[in-house]
Design a protein around this ligand. Structure first.
Ligand SMILES: N[C@@H](CCC(=O)N[C@@H](CS)C(=O)NCC(=O)O)C(=O)O
Length: 279
């Protein structure tokens, strides 16, 4: 049994998948500028569920023929600590992907936090966020629900079930309970709703699908059986339906590092890059 000391001290040797990158201090650890490509929108990210929210959104906008949404997506490899470069920290002092710079204004606009990026792009291009007041609030409710609830799934359940070097029943139980409660909530909501809000596809779906959609499709933490996802029929219906959208198919492989190497696009600089993938 672990007895906490009076004052916690940083033990760099605590092991685990994130041992090299977890630190109790913020800020840059090395000096390096970020690369800049040809498009006005520059994205610095990795294809994790938080990262692909943004690439799915940008691909959806491009499918609506909004050419100004074209973008360069640069890989920030978080297990190697790329998020601690001076260039990245200037863009996002919180050192987390995704982060974006928009060069289409008189001064570059920096945007970080995936929910903030989705709202920024929805407002900039007037898509995927309802315009009438009530529906817009409903959509924002679900967007903020995702942003605040999912750390229990990723940092809680996923961490202790999948990544932690040792498996402990207490945290796995606690976060499995919460993850299943959230899935049950979504399942009840989707019983009478085709999409997350306002009967139309929106940034709420784009934020929620990469986590909960991929979880029930067995694409996250290999946890589908453990979570008994077959009982969340409405979430499964919605997850499969969205999985067929061409923009989702493209967006979810951008900056991705894990999975079948034939279906990963480490960096994306033009629509033609997808032609390299055998889909
Ligand atoms: N609330 C943030 C969370 C971002 C986040 O946790 N990003 C992870 C990858 S999914 C990351 O960059 N981790 C690197 C680190 O913790 O050093 C968002 O949605 O943008």
């Amino acid at each position: 049994m672990y007895i906490p000391p009076k004052t916690w001290e940083w033990n760099k040797e605590n092991g685990g998948k994130f041992a090299k990158i977890n630190r109790p201090i913020s800020g840059a650890t090395f000096s390096k500028d970020l690369p800049i490509g040809n498009h006005k929108i520059q994205l610095y990210s990795q294809g994790t569920p938080n990262g692909i929210k943004v690439t799915i959104m940008l691909e959806e906008l491009l499918d609506l023929k909004i050419l100004d949404a074209d973008y360069d997506a640069w890989l920030i490899e978080i297990s190697k600590g790329d998020q601690f470069s001076s260039g990245f920290v200037k863009l996002n002092p919180n050192s987390k992907i995704p982060a974006l710079v928009d060069y289409s204004h008189s001064r570059p606009i920096k945007v970080f936090e995936s929910g903030s990026i989705l709202l920024y792009l929805a407002e900039k291009f007037n898509h995927f966020l309802p315009t009438d007041f009530e529906s817009r609030v409903e959509c924002q409710n679900w967007l903020f629900w995702q942003m605040s609830s999912t750390p229990y799934v990723g940092g809680g359940f996923g961490h202790f079930y999948n990544y932690a070097p040792e498996k402990f029943e207490y945290p796995i139980d606690r976060f499995t309970m919460e993850t299943k409660r959230q899935l049950d909530l979504l399942d009840k909501h989707l019983l009478n709703n085709e999409y997350i809000c306002s009967n139309s596809y929106s940034i709420a779906d784009i934020a929620i699908w990469p986590w909960y959609g991929q979880l029930v499709l067995g694409k996250l933490y290999s946890a589908a059986e453990f979570l008994d996802v077959s009982k969340y029929k409405n979430v499964l219906r919605w997850a499969n339906f969205l999985n067929e959208r061409p923009a989702v198919k493209r967006g979810k492989i951008v900056n991705k590092l894990s999975g079948n190497p034939d279906y990963l696009l480490k960096e994306r600089h033009s629509a033609d890059d997808f032609k390299k993938i055998n889909s």
